[in-house]
Design a protein. Sequence first.
Length: 108
Amino acid sequence: MPKYKFRQPCVECGELSRNGSRCEKHQRKIDGERDAVRNARKKLTGQYSGDYQKRAREVREAAERCWLCGEGPRRNDPWQADHVVPGDPYSPLLPAHRSCNASRGNRV
């Protein structure tokens, strides 16, 4: 037996609709806004964008010394690409041990 949906008023204009809480016109508007936000996020270049991932991989692969402690590679302590200025996604990346990077935290 098919489930019958009662008509409900649209939260935007009050028009009765079986579409949910919005009529078709307003639901399309909401969907369009949501799509625009998603597309804008895809275009962003920031800390975790494809550009960042490429730069971070290059830093890790070329790492010889940790910029925080000055030591070379350590067993069970992999390299990370660390921002020179914490929180600034455009600051230069330098190699650091994971433990050194974690102990530094978000401090300059």
